[in-house]
Design a protein around this ligand. Structure first.
Ligand code: SF4
Length: 73
């Protein structure tokens, strides 16, 4: 899973950072959220989903991993 912030939507409410500081930081310059490279350890995935549901601007975007495509002959 990957998580990223839609910067055109983020308004800096900081709810994500308050609830899940191990994923979301706030930038010093404008207080908007940021994530590192966005790749999450499995133990953090459910926290990221909950933060996305709680973001009032729907600015947290979750990309679920694709299931491997079965090989055909
Ligand atoms: S991602 Fe959502 S909850 Fe987090 S600072 Fe931006 S608007 Fe607020």
């Amino acid at each position: 899973m990957k998580v990223r912030i839609d910067e055109s939507r983020c308004q800096g409410h900081a709810l994500c950072n308050s609830s899940t500081p191990d994923i979301f930081r706030l930038r010093d310059e404008d207080g908007h959220a940021e994530v590192s490279d966005g790749t999450l350890a499995p133990a953090l995935e459910e926290k990221a989903r909950r933060a996305a549901l709680g973001c009032p601007e729907q600015a947290i975007l979750i990309e679920e991993d694709q299931a491997p495509t079965p090989r055909t002959r």
